[in-house]
Design a protein around this ligand. Structure first.
Ligand code: ZN
Length: 328
């Protein structure tokens, strides 16, 4: 009798339950196909970004500029023109990608896609002003930038078919940083901490800032009114934790614990990669690198170009697992 029950249970299992599992699995697959993610590259045409609305912060004027003309102006403002052409091409693709990402994902500005303020969006300078500032080599320099932009027209950086948020900065200090360590939130797979050799050769690699004890306290008081530091105690100013990119994650300053990013802001440091020493009346921050450290490092791009890397190899170094995709 018991055996019969087991047989019946087995038959029910084979005939009904297993097919239910198979059907459910099959249905899930179907739904996934129906809700297929449309890739940015399929969704948009290059002509969708033909003209961008550029906000001039000083005058509040909005200017309509062809995309690649805007990219040329930004590249001429953002990266030293004596860098290797492959580094400038890498900057051109990063700038174009960053711009289109901003347009797709919503601008910070009303009625404009992007502004000309480096601390908000991207640096920008008019062609005439740029040539004038370069002086003697103005025209040749501009031609070099135009050549780099033209060589990459239509190209953007994508990750699994989606246009990426292509952050860039001046000098990584040897290692870039993950997004969450700078702006919080969740990390992005294509923005990992990566190491680059040769960045120490550039002037942007190291800097130093010194304060008296009083100056240091006054700077802190602007943000933390109840700050107290016992300078006689060796433990009162101490780096407590580092990030994946070797930057300061947490620093103790008297009765406060601050993030490295916050300390960088308060003391006006070039990066959050620093150490701090107290000698007599002076507190000195020795800083490595320049900028937030996320994405492509410009000096790193130049160092890689001088080692013989192409702009595509440079971009793949700084943005993990990406493709360079050309719009039709
Ligand atoms: Zn802006």
């Amino acid at each position: 009798m018991r055996k019969i029950i087991i047989y019946i249970a087995l038959v029910i299992g084979i005939c009904f339950i297993i097919p239910i599992f198979l059907t459910v699995k099959f249905k899930v697959k179907e739904v996934a196909t129906e809700n297929k993610i449309i890739l940015d590259i399929e969704k948009y045409a290059y002509s969708d970004f033909g003209t961008i609305r550029l906000l001039h912060k000083n005058t509040s004027e909005i200017e309509e500029v062809p995309l690649d003309e805007y990219v040329t102006a930004v590249v001429s403002a953002e990266i030293p023109v004596d860098y290797d052409i492959e580094a400038i091409k890498a900057q051109s693709v990063a700038t174009r990608t960053y711009t289109i990402y901003k347009i797709i994902h919503g601008s910070k500005h009303e009625n404009a896609d992007i502004c000309d303020d480096a601390s908000c969006c991207q640096a920008w300078i008019s062609r005439e002003n740029r040539i004038e500032k370069w002086g003697e080599n103005g025209i040749d320099n501009m031609n070099k930038i135009i050549q780099a932009v033209n060589a990459t027209v239509g190209e953007v950086i994508t990750y699994e078919g989606q246009i990426i948020n292509a952050f860039f900065h001046s000098n990584s200090g040897g290692k870039t940083e993950t997004v969450s360590n700078v702006w919080g939130g969740t990390d992005l797979p294509y923005l990992q901490a990566v190491e680059t050799a040769g960045e120490e050769e550039y002037s942007q690699y190291s800097s130093e800032v010194t304060f008296t004890k009083e100056e240091l306290l006054n700077k802190l008081k602007e943000s933390y009114k109840d700050i107290q530091i016992d300078f006689g105690n060796n433990e009162s100013i101490k780096i407590l934790e580092l990030t994946d990119g070797n930057r300061v994650k947490t620093i103790r300053l008297g009765n406060k614990e601050l993030s490295g990013v916050e300390a960088r802001r308060i003391f006006g440091l070039k990066s959050a990669n620093f150490n701090v020493t107290i000698k007599d009346e002076k507190i000195t921050f020795k800083v490595t690198g320049n900028g937030h450290g996320v994405g492509m490092s410009q000096t790193g791009a130049d160092a890689l170009a001088k080692q013989g890397k192409t702009y595509k190899e440079i971009l793949s170094h700084f943005y993990t697992g990406i493709d360079i995709t050309k719009f039709n």
